[in-house]
Each structure stands twice: as C-alpha cells, then as structure tokens.
Write a protein that binds this ligand. Structure first.
Ligand code: 5GP
Length: 190
C-alpha cells in the first residue's frame, strides 16, 4: 500500500475503537511512525512505559509545557496529554507517514499547525453501542466512564469538522476504510 508522507490524525470518543485500529495499522505497516504521547494519567493494565505512553507527574508535564517541549497538548478527561515535539518534527523531516492518536482538541491544534494533515474521526455505530462497549472494556472506573461519556457526547458533535468520519461497526471494515483513506483511494466526503 502506497501512502503519501503526511500526518494522519485519528480521534474518537473513548471506547470508539481507535486504539485497536491504530494497533492493527502499526502491526501491518511497521514503517509508519506512531507518535507516543506523554500523559499524567495513571497507567492502565496493558500500558507499557515508552510504548503506549510516557507517564509523567503533573509537575514534570507542566515543566515540559513551559519549556515548549510539546507539539500540542491538551487536558482530556481531567489529565494532561501531549505530543512530544522533537520526534514528530524528525518524522516530518524524514518524510515518514506519521500516525497520531489525539483527542478532538489535539486534532484541531495539529490541523491548524499543518493544514495538509489528514484528520479521521472514528465514530461508534450508535450511542447505545458505544456506551455498552465502553462499559464492557472494563478498563475504567465508574467515575472515569461517566466523565468519558460526558466528554464523548461533546466530541461526537465535532465529528463533522474532521476530514473523514469512519463508522466503526465491524472492526475489519473500519480498518479497511482507514487504509483506503491513507492510500488516497477514498474520496473526501465533500
Ligand atoms: P486514554 O487515556 O484513553 O489513552 O486517552 C484519552 C484521550 O486522550 C484519547 O482521546 C486520546 O486520543 C487522547 N490523547 C492521547 N494522547 C494525546 C496527545 O498527545 N494529545 C492529545 N491532545 N490527546 C491525546
């Protein structure tokens, strides 16, 4: 599959299936650069320092903001998340295909910095199915799930500001659709 070097930003509501789609892409295309973010949230089972995230304390994160070390950063679900600047600029300079897993605010920030980047929103097939999946995932506390639902309802309203919206009904179809966007074979919806 031929993919033009660019930044490809994937966003979704929590439990929308975005991480699974990104994991499938990075496994199939190890040459893609995947941006590893810094976060102040606690590691969840399955998280690996330096692989899923760099886990930082709040003071350390704030120090890095002050030192201008983030390409973009945002507060999401009560925690800080940020894209380290040096590696993403290196990936751009090396003309690599870069995947970024960002919330809606982060997607907007990067799109403003690089308008040629491609934003993709992964949307659950319905609110009911989404909430059921989020609960079934079993990785979050009740308060955290409630907060993610509250934020997600707001994020779903922003889906139309993305370049593409992919409905994740069947995972394989959603992966195929994202691949067709990356390879430029899917036309823009407008
Ligand atoms: P989670 O805690 O479930 O891994 O991620 C929560 C949210 O933070 C997701 O929407 C994810 O896309 C977003 N996120 C992860 N890394 C970054 C980042 O570096 N910047 C921004 N703006 N959002 C991020």
């Amino acid at each position: 599959m031929k993919v033009s070097p660019n930044l490809y930003i994937l966003s979704s509501v929590a439990g929308g299936g975005k991480s699974t789609i990104i994991a499938a892409l990075t496994e199939e295309f190890p040459e893609f650069y995947f941006s590893i973010s810094c976060t102040t949230r606690d590691p969840r089972p399955g998280d690996v320092e330096g692989k899923t995230y760099y886990f930082l304390s709040v003071p350390e994160f704030k120090k890095r903001i002050a030192e201008g070390e983030f390409y973009e950063w945002a507060e999401v679900h009560g925690n800080y998340y940020g894209t380290p600047k040096t590696p993403i600029l290196k990936a751009i300079q090396e003309n690599r295909v870069a995947l970024l897993d960002l919330d809606v605010q982060g997607a907007k920030s990067v799109k403003a910095l690089r308008p040629e980047s491609v934003t993709i929103f992964i949307e659950p097939p319905s609110r009911e199915i989404w909430i059921e999946r989020l609960i079934r995932r079993g990785t979050d506390s009740k308060t955290s799930i409630e907060r993610r639902i509250e934020n997600g309802v707001r994020e779903l309203d922003e889906a139309s500001s993305f370049d593409y919206v992919v409905v994740n009904d069947k995972l394989d179809d959603a992966i195929r659709e994202v691949k067709s966007i990356l390879s430029g074979t899917k036309n823009k919806p407008f």
